[in-house]
Design a protein around this ligand. Structure first.
Ligand SMILES: [Zn+2]
Length: 423
Protein backbone atom coordinates (compact mmCIF):
# COMPACT_ATOMS: atom_id res chain seq x y z
CA UNK A 1 0.00 0.00 0.00
CA UNK A 2 2.78 2.38 0.88
CA UNK A 3 5.51 2.64 -1.72
CA UNK A 4 8.78 2.92 0.14
CA UNK A 5 10.18 5.78 -1.87
CA UNK A 6 7.08 7.96 -1.52
CA UNK A 7 6.88 7.32 2.25
CA UNK A 8 10.47 8.42 2.69
CA UNK A 9 9.83 11.58 0.73
CA UNK A 10 6.89 12.39 3.00
CA UNK A 11 8.92 11.76 6.16
CA UNK A 12 11.66 14.12 5.03
CA UNK A 13 9.07 16.71 4.06
CA UNK A 14 7.38 16.51 7.46
CA UNK A 15 10.69 16.98 9.24
CA UNK A 16 11.31 20.15 7.30
CA UNK A 17 7.84 21.41 8.20
CA UNK A 18 8.33 20.55 11.85
CA UNK A 19 11.49 22.66 11.97
CA UNK A 20 10.15 25.66 10.15
CA UNK A 21 6.68 25.93 11.65
CA UNK A 22 6.32 27.20 15.16
CA UNK A 23 2.67 26.18 15.26
CA UNK A 24 3.39 22.43 15.50
CA UNK A 25 2.22 21.10 18.80
CA UNK A 26 4.40 18.79 20.82
CA UNK A 27 2.45 15.54 20.92
CA UNK A 28 3.10 11.84 21.00
CA UNK A 29 3.03 12.05 17.21
CA UNK A 30 6.43 13.72 17.33
CA UNK A 31 7.78 10.29 18.23
CA UNK A 32 6.92 9.26 14.69
CA UNK A 33 9.62 11.48 13.28
CA UNK A 34 12.39 9.93 15.37
CA UNK A 35 14.16 6.64 14.69
CA UNK A 36 13.67 6.38 10.95
CA UNK A 37 13.18 2.62 10.58
CA UNK A 38 10.87 2.06 13.54
CA UNK A 39 9.02 5.31 12.70
CA UNK A 40 8.38 3.99 9.21
CA UNK A 41 7.13 0.71 10.62
CA UNK A 42 4.88 2.53 13.08
CA UNK A 43 3.38 4.52 10.23
CA UNK A 44 2.75 1.35 8.27
CA UNK A 45 0.98 -0.22 11.27
CA UNK A 46 -1.15 2.89 11.87
CA UNK A 47 -2.03 2.98 8.20
CA UNK A 48 -3.14 -0.65 8.30
CA UNK A 49 -5.29 0.02 11.37
CA UNK A 50 -6.92 2.96 9.60
CA UNK A 51 -7.97 0.69 6.75
CA UNK A 52 -8.85 -2.55 8.57
CA UNK A 53 -9.97 -1.19 11.96
CA UNK A 54 -7.38 -3.20 13.89
CA UNK A 55 -5.71 -6.60 13.92
CA UNK A 56 -3.71 -9.02 16.08
CA UNK A 57 0.07 -9.07 16.29
CA UNK A 58 0.06 -12.52 14.65
CA UNK A 59 -1.86 -11.09 11.66
CA UNK A 60 0.51 -8.12 11.47
CA UNK A 61 3.46 -10.50 11.54
CA UNK A 62 2.02 -12.51 8.65
CA UNK A 63 1.16 -9.45 6.56
CA UNK A 64 4.37 -7.49 7.14
CA UNK A 65 6.77 -10.48 7.17
CA UNK A 66 8.28 -9.45 10.53
CA UNK A 67 8.76 -11.42 13.74
CA UNK A 68 6.20 -11.42 16.53
CA UNK A 69 8.75 -10.10 19.14
CA UNK A 70 9.65 -7.15 16.87
CA UNK A 71 6.02 -6.25 16.33
CA UNK A 72 5.14 -6.74 20.01
CA UNK A 73 7.86 -4.19 20.86
CA UNK A 74 6.62 -1.68 18.26
CA UNK A 75 2.93 -2.04 19.17
CA UNK A 76 3.82 -1.70 22.88
CA UNK A 77 5.61 1.58 22.08
CA UNK A 78 2.56 2.80 20.13
CA UNK A 79 0.37 1.97 23.16
CA UNK A 80 2.76 3.87 25.45
CA UNK A 81 2.57 6.83 23.05
CA UNK A 82 -1.26 6.66 23.40
CA UNK A 83 -1.74 6.18 19.67
CA UNK A 84 -2.87 2.55 19.83
CA UNK A 85 -5.14 0.70 22.21
CA UNK A 86 -6.09 -2.89 23.03
CA UNK A 87 -9.52 -3.53 21.50
CA UNK A 88 -10.02 -6.86 23.30
CA UNK A 89 -9.99 -10.51 22.28
CA UNK A 90 -11.19 -11.70 18.90
CA UNK A 91 -12.81 -14.85 17.55
CA UNK A 92 -15.28 -17.44 18.72
CA UNK A 93 -15.02 -19.70 21.74
CA UNK A 94 -12.25 -22.24 22.22
CA UNK A 95 -8.49 -21.96 21.97
CA UNK A 96 -6.37 -18.96 22.88
CA UNK A 97 -7.89 -15.84 21.44
CA UNK A 98 -5.40 -13.14 20.47
CA UNK A 99 -5.82 -9.48 21.39
CA UNK A 100 -6.75 -7.07 18.63
CA UNK A 101 -5.00 -3.72 18.57
CA UNK A 102 -6.29 -0.63 16.82
CA UNK A 103 -6.19 3.17 16.86
CA UNK A 104 -6.89 4.97 20.14
CA UNK A 105 -9.79 7.29 19.20
CA UNK A 106 -8.85 9.87 21.87
CA UNK A 107 -5.20 10.22 20.71
CA UNK A 108 -6.02 13.39 18.84
CA UNK A 109 -8.62 15.20 16.77
CA UNK A 110 -8.48 16.68 13.27
CA UNK A 111 -10.78 19.30 11.83
CA UNK A 112 -11.97 19.63 8.25
CA UNK A 113 -13.52 22.65 6.54
CA UNK A 114 -15.32 22.11 3.24
CA UNK A 115 -16.11 25.35 1.43
CA UNK A 116 -18.87 24.74 -1.07
CA UNK A 117 -20.65 27.11 -3.45
CA UNK A 118 -23.08 28.61 -0.95
CA UNK A 119 -22.41 26.85 2.35
CA UNK A 120 -19.48 25.89 4.51
CA UNK A 121 -19.40 22.55 6.32
CA UNK A 122 -17.08 21.88 9.26
CA UNK A 123 -16.40 18.68 11.14
CA UNK A 124 -13.97 17.05 13.53
CA UNK A 125 -12.85 13.42 13.44
CA UNK A 126 -11.17 11.49 16.23
CA UNK A 127 -7.94 9.60 15.67
CA UNK A 128 -9.85 6.50 14.48
CA UNK A 129 -11.65 8.54 11.82
CA UNK A 130 -15.13 8.76 13.38
CA UNK A 131 -16.85 12.11 12.80
CA UNK A 132 -17.57 13.38 16.32
CA UNK A 133 -19.15 16.74 15.49
CA UNK A 134 -20.15 18.59 12.31
CA UNK A 135 -22.07 21.72 11.43
CA UNK A 136 -23.09 23.73 8.37
CA UNK A 137 -23.12 27.51 7.98
CA UNK A 138 -24.33 29.80 5.20
CA UNK A 139 -21.25 31.18 3.52
CA UNK A 140 -20.46 32.44 0.05
CA UNK A 141 -16.75 32.58 -0.62
CA UNK A 142 -15.48 35.79 -2.18
CA UNK A 143 -11.95 36.89 -2.77
CA UNK A 144 -12.13 39.68 -0.16
CA UNK A 145 -10.65 40.27 3.29
CA UNK A 146 -14.17 40.47 4.69
CA UNK A 147 -14.96 36.98 3.40
CA UNK A 148 -11.64 35.74 4.83
CA UNK A 149 -12.50 37.22 8.25
CA UNK A 150 -15.92 35.60 8.12
CA UNK A 151 -14.32 32.21 7.38
CA UNK A 152 -11.91 32.58 10.33
CA UNK A 153 -14.76 33.60 12.67
CA UNK A 154 -16.81 30.56 11.66
CA UNK A 155 -13.82 28.28 12.32
CA UNK A 156 -13.12 29.82 15.74
CA UNK A 157 -16.78 29.62 16.78
CA UNK A 158 -17.08 26.03 15.61
CA UNK A 159 -14.00 24.94 17.58
CA UNK A 160 -15.30 26.67 20.70
CA UNK A 161 -18.70 24.98 20.38
CA UNK A 162 -17.14 21.54 19.73
CA UNK A 163 -15.79 21.31 23.29
CA UNK A 164 -12.70 19.47 22.03
CA UNK A 165 -9.74 20.33 24.26
CA UNK A 166 -7.45 22.85 22.56
CA UNK A 167 -4.32 20.72 22.94
CA UNK A 168 -6.14 17.70 21.50
CA UNK A 169 -7.11 19.41 18.22
CA UNK A 170 -3.94 18.80 16.23
CA UNK A 171 -4.61 20.37 12.84
CA UNK A 172 -7.16 21.93 10.50
CA UNK A 173 -7.55 21.10 6.81
CA UNK A 174 -9.48 23.39 4.44
CA UNK A 175 -10.87 22.56 0.99
CA UNK A 176 -10.74 25.51 -1.36
CA UNK A 177 -11.85 25.33 -4.97
CA UNK A 178 -9.81 26.90 -7.71
CA UNK A 179 -6.04 26.88 -7.91
CA UNK A 180 -4.53 25.52 -4.70
CA UNK A 181 -1.01 24.26 -4.09
CA UNK A 182 -1.20 22.04 -0.98
CA UNK A 183 2.58 21.62 -0.89
CA UNK A 184 3.48 25.31 -0.75
CA UNK A 185 0.27 26.34 1.06
CA UNK A 186 -0.65 28.98 -1.52
CA UNK A 187 -4.20 29.50 -2.79
CA UNK A 188 -4.27 31.56 -5.99
CA UNK A 189 -8.01 31.84 -6.74
CA UNK A 190 -9.12 32.91 -3.24
CA UNK A 191 -7.50 34.85 -0.37
CA UNK A 192 -4.25 35.59 -2.19
CA UNK A 193 -3.58 38.90 -0.38
CA UNK A 194 -0.16 38.35 1.15
CA UNK A 195 3.33 37.37 0.13
CA UNK A 196 3.00 34.61 2.70
CA UNK A 197 1.30 31.28 1.94
CA UNK A 198 -2.36 31.19 2.96
CA UNK A 199 -1.61 28.33 5.37
CA UNK A 200 0.89 30.52 7.28
CA UNK A 201 -1.59 33.41 7.44
CA UNK A 202 -4.26 31.04 8.80
CA UNK A 203 -1.87 29.44 11.32
CA UNK A 204 -0.97 32.85 12.72
CA UNK A 205 -4.62 33.83 12.91
CA UNK A 206 -6.08 30.59 14.30
CA UNK A 207 -3.17 29.19 16.35
CA UNK A 208 -3.41 25.73 14.84
CA UNK A 209 -1.46 23.86 12.20
CA UNK A 210 -3.33 24.36 8.88
CA UNK A 211 -3.32 22.54 5.54
CA UNK A 212 -5.21 23.47 2.38
CA UNK A 213 -6.41 21.09 -0.29
CA UNK A 214 -8.19 21.06 -3.62
CA UNK A 215 -11.86 20.13 -3.12
CA UNK A 216 -12.04 17.42 -5.81
CA UNK A 217 -8.95 15.73 -4.38
CA UNK A 218 -10.37 15.74 -0.85
CA UNK A 219 -13.63 14.20 -2.12
CA UNK A 220 -11.60 11.56 -3.92
CA UNK A 221 -9.75 10.61 -0.76
CA UNK A 222 -12.96 10.47 1.30
CA UNK A 223 -14.59 8.13 -1.21
CA UNK A 224 -11.43 6.03 -1.45
CA UNK A 225 -11.13 5.50 2.30
CA UNK A 226 -14.76 5.44 3.43
CA UNK A 227 -17.01 5.25 0.34
CA UNK A 228 -17.35 3.05 -2.73
CA UNK A 229 -13.62 3.35 -3.48
CA UNK A 230 -13.11 0.33 -1.25
CA UNK A 231 -9.38 1.00 -1.18
CA UNK A 232 -9.01 0.14 -4.87
CA UNK A 233 -5.48 1.04 -5.94
CA UNK A 234 -6.48 2.95 -9.07
CA UNK A 235 -9.56 5.11 -8.84
CA UNK A 236 -10.81 8.18 -10.67
CA UNK A 237 -13.37 10.36 -8.91
CA UNK A 238 -15.53 12.74 -10.93
CA UNK A 239 -16.51 15.86 -9.01
CA UNK A 240 -19.49 16.85 -11.11
CA UNK A 241 -20.74 19.91 -9.24
CA UNK A 242 -21.28 23.46 -10.58
CA UNK A 243 -17.90 22.97 -12.29
CA UNK A 244 -16.17 19.70 -13.17
CA UNK A 245 -12.88 18.41 -11.76
CA UNK A 246 -11.45 14.98 -11.14
CA UNK A 247 -9.28 13.38 -8.47
CA UNK A 248 -7.04 10.38 -8.98
CA UNK A 249 -5.76 7.59 -6.77
CA UNK A 250 -2.91 5.97 -8.68
CA UNK A 251 -1.11 2.98 -7.15
CA UNK A 252 -2.91 3.60 -3.83
CA UNK A 253 -1.73 7.21 -3.55
CA UNK A 254 -3.47 10.51 -4.25
CA UNK A 255 -2.00 12.00 -7.39
CA UNK A 256 -0.98 15.68 -7.06
CA UNK A 257 1.23 16.44 -10.05
CA UNK A 258 4.19 18.81 -9.97
CA UNK A 259 2.42 21.79 -8.36
CA UNK A 260 -0.74 20.22 -6.95
CA UNK A 261 -2.86 21.29 -9.91
CA UNK A 262 -3.63 17.87 -11.41
CA UNK A 263 -7.26 16.94 -12.09
CA UNK A 264 -8.37 19.95 -14.17
CA UNK A 265 -10.06 17.61 -16.64
CA UNK A 266 -13.06 19.95 -16.88
CA UNK A 267 -10.82 22.27 -18.88
CA UNK A 268 -9.83 19.62 -21.42
CA UNK A 269 -10.48 21.19 -24.87
CA UNK A 270 -13.21 18.74 -25.82
CA UNK A 271 -15.77 20.65 -27.88
CA UNK A 272 -15.67 22.84 -30.93
CA UNK A 273 -18.29 25.20 -29.50
CA UNK A 274 -18.52 28.94 -28.88
CA UNK A 275 -19.19 28.75 -25.15
CA UNK A 276 -16.79 30.65 -22.92
CA UNK A 277 -15.74 28.54 -19.94
CA UNK A 278 -15.20 29.73 -16.35
CA UNK A 279 -11.45 29.59 -17.11
CA UNK A 280 -11.85 32.07 -19.96
CA UNK A 281 -11.16 29.58 -22.77
CA UNK A 282 -13.65 28.16 -25.27
CA UNK A 283 -14.91 24.62 -25.75
CA UNK A 284 -13.74 23.09 -22.44
CA UNK A 285 -15.37 19.81 -21.37
CA UNK A 286 -17.01 21.74 -18.51
CA UNK A 287 -18.99 23.88 -20.97
CA UNK A 288 -21.22 20.87 -21.78
CA UNK A 289 -20.54 18.53 -18.84
CA UNK A 290 -21.07 20.17 -15.43
CA UNK A 291 -23.74 21.56 -13.13
CA UNK A 292 -23.64 24.94 -14.83
CA UNK A 293 -23.93 23.26 -18.24
CA UNK A 294 -27.00 21.32 -17.01
CA UNK A 295 -28.50 24.53 -15.66
CA UNK A 296 -27.82 26.47 -18.89
CA UNK A 297 -29.16 23.70 -21.13
CA UNK A 298 -32.31 23.34 -19.03
CA UNK A 299 -33.06 27.08 -19.17
CA UNK A 300 -32.39 27.14 -22.94
CA UNK A 301 -34.88 24.34 -23.45
CA UNK A 302 -37.51 26.16 -21.37
CA UNK A 303 -36.94 29.26 -23.49
CA UNK A 304 -37.51 27.15 -26.61
CA UNK A 305 -40.95 26.25 -25.22
CA UNK A 306 -40.26 22.79 -23.78
CA UNK A 307 -42.54 21.85 -20.93
CA UNK A 308 -41.34 20.96 -17.43
CA UNK A 309 -42.58 20.84 -13.83
CA UNK A 310 -40.63 24.09 -13.50
CA UNK A 311 -42.39 25.84 -16.43
CA UNK A 312 -44.72 27.85 -14.16
CA UNK A 313 -41.83 28.97 -11.94
CA UNK A 314 -39.90 29.97 -15.07
CA UNK A 315 -42.79 31.87 -16.64
CA UNK A 316 -43.45 33.79 -13.42
CA UNK A 317 -39.89 35.12 -13.59
CA UNK A 318 -38.63 33.31 -10.50
CA UNK A 319 -35.06 32.06 -10.48
CA UNK A 320 -34.48 28.39 -11.23
CA UNK A 321 -31.50 26.83 -9.45
CA UNK A 322 -29.55 23.65 -10.10
CA UNK A 323 -31.08 22.29 -6.88
CA UNK A 324 -34.57 22.92 -8.36
CA UNK A 325 -33.63 20.95 -11.47
CA UNK A 326 -32.25 18.04 -9.41
CA UNK A 327 -35.39 18.14 -7.31
CA UNK A 328 -37.73 17.72 -10.28
CA UNK A 329 -35.37 15.12 -11.77
CA UNK A 330 -36.08 13.07 -8.65
CA UNK A 331 -39.78 13.44 -9.52
CA UNK A 332 -39.15 12.14 -13.06
CA UNK A 333 -39.45 15.47 -14.86
CA UNK A 334 -38.90 14.55 -18.50
CA UNK A 335 -37.06 17.72 -19.47
CA UNK A 336 -34.63 17.28 -16.57
CA UNK A 337 -34.15 13.62 -17.60
CA UNK A 338 -33.43 14.66 -21.20
CA UNK A 339 -30.79 17.16 -20.08
CA UNK A 340 -29.08 14.64 -17.81
CA UNK A 341 -29.09 11.97 -20.54
CA UNK A 342 -27.43 14.41 -22.91
CA UNK A 343 -24.78 15.25 -20.31
CA UNK A 344 -24.31 11.56 -19.45
CA UNK A 345 -23.63 10.70 -23.10
CA UNK A 346 -20.95 13.40 -23.41
CA UNK A 347 -19.51 12.53 -20.01
CA UNK A 348 -19.35 8.85 -21.01
CA UNK A 349 -17.23 9.76 -24.05
CA UNK A 350 -14.91 11.76 -21.81
CA UNK A 351 -14.70 8.87 -19.30
CA UNK A 352 -13.89 6.43 -22.14
CA UNK A 353 -10.77 8.51 -22.75
CA UNK A 354 -9.84 8.36 -19.06
CA UNK A 355 -10.32 4.58 -19.01
CA UNK A 356 -8.12 4.10 -22.08
CA UNK A 357 -5.47 6.31 -20.52
CA UNK A 358 -5.42 5.06 -16.89
CA UNK A 359 -6.99 1.57 -16.89
CA UNK A 360 -8.54 2.27 -13.45
CA UNK A 361 -10.22 -0.27 -11.13
CA UNK A 362 -13.13 2.08 -10.58
CA UNK A 363 -14.62 5.37 -11.78
CA UNK A 364 -16.79 7.11 -9.17
CA UNK A 365 -19.51 9.56 -10.12
CA UNK A 366 -19.62 12.21 -7.37
CA UNK A 367 -20.28 15.88 -6.70
CA UNK A 368 -23.71 17.54 -6.66
CA UNK A 369 -24.85 15.71 -9.81
CA UNK A 370 -24.31 12.32 -8.15
CA UNK A 371 -28.00 12.71 -7.25
CA UNK A 372 -28.88 12.08 -10.90
CA UNK A 373 -27.63 8.48 -10.41
CA UNK A 374 -29.06 6.15 -13.13
CA UNK A 375 -30.10 9.05 -15.34
CA UNK A 376 -26.40 9.74 -15.83
CA UNK A 377 -25.06 6.23 -15.24
CA UNK A 378 -26.93 4.49 -18.07
CA UNK A 379 -25.85 6.87 -20.88
CA UNK A 380 -22.33 6.88 -19.38
CA UNK A 381 -22.13 3.08 -19.60
CA UNK A 382 -23.53 3.08 -23.11
CA UNK A 383 -20.93 5.66 -24.23
CA UNK A 384 -18.13 3.68 -22.56
CA UNK A 385 -19.21 0.58 -24.51
CA UNK A 386 -19.10 2.63 -27.67
CA UNK A 387 -15.89 4.61 -27.22
CA UNK A 388 -13.55 2.80 -24.78
CA UNK A 389 -11.32 -0.09 -25.80
CA UNK A 390 -13.17 -3.15 -24.58
CA UNK A 391 -10.07 -4.99 -23.30
CA UNK A 392 -9.34 -1.98 -21.07
CA UNK A 393 -12.87 -1.04 -19.95
CA UNK A 394 -14.01 -4.59 -19.06
CA UNK A 395 -11.98 -4.35 -15.82
CA UNK A 396 -13.32 -0.92 -14.81
CA UNK A 397 -16.39 -0.58 -12.62
CA UNK A 398 -18.44 2.64 -12.74
CA UNK A 399 -20.10 3.48 -9.42
CA UNK A 400 -22.11 6.30 -7.89
CA UNK A 401 -20.62 8.00 -4.81
CA UNK A 402 -21.69 6.60 -1.45
CA UNK A 403 -20.72 9.65 0.59
CA UNK A 404 -22.42 12.20 -1.68
CA UNK A 405 -22.15 15.75 -0.35
CA UNK A 406 -20.14 14.54 2.70
CA UNK A 407 -17.21 13.22 0.64
CA UNK A 408 -15.29 16.51 0.78
CA UNK A 409 -15.57 16.94 4.55
CA UNK A 410 -14.70 13.32 5.35
CA UNK A 411 -11.85 13.44 2.86
CA UNK A 412 -10.25 16.63 4.16
CA UNK A 413 -10.42 15.37 7.76
CA UNK A 414 -8.68 12.11 6.74
CA UNK A 415 -6.05 13.94 4.64
CA UNK A 416 -5.30 16.25 7.58
CA UNK A 417 -4.81 13.27 9.89
CA UNK A 418 -2.49 11.62 7.34
CA UNK A 419 -0.41 14.77 6.94
CA UNK A 420 0.13 15.06 10.68
CA UNK A 421 1.22 11.42 10.75
CA UNK A 422 3.45 11.78 7.69
CA UNK A 423 1.41 9.20 5.73
ZN1 LIG B 1 -12.21 25.83 -18.99
Amino acid sequence: MCEKSSCQTTVVHLKIQAHTTTMVKSTSMDALTSGKKSAQLKREILRRYMVNGGESIADLSRELGLSVPTLTKIVTELIEEDLVTDLGKQGATGGRRPSIYGLNPAAGYFMGVDIKRDVIVMGIINFRGDMVVSRQYDFIIENTRQSFDELCNHITQFIASSRIRRDKLLAIGINISGRVNPESGYSYSYFFFDEKPLTTVLEERLGYRVFIENDSRAMTYGEYMYGVGNNEQNMIFLNLSWGFGIGMILGGELHYGKSGFSGEYGHFPFFDNEIICSCGKRGCLETEVSGWAAHRQFIEKLKQGNISMLSKQFESGQQITLADILDVLGKEDMLAIEVMEQIGAQLGRAIAGLINMFNPDVIVLGGTLYEAKDYLLLPIKSAINKYALNFVSKDTAVKVSKLGESAGLIGICAITRNKMLGL
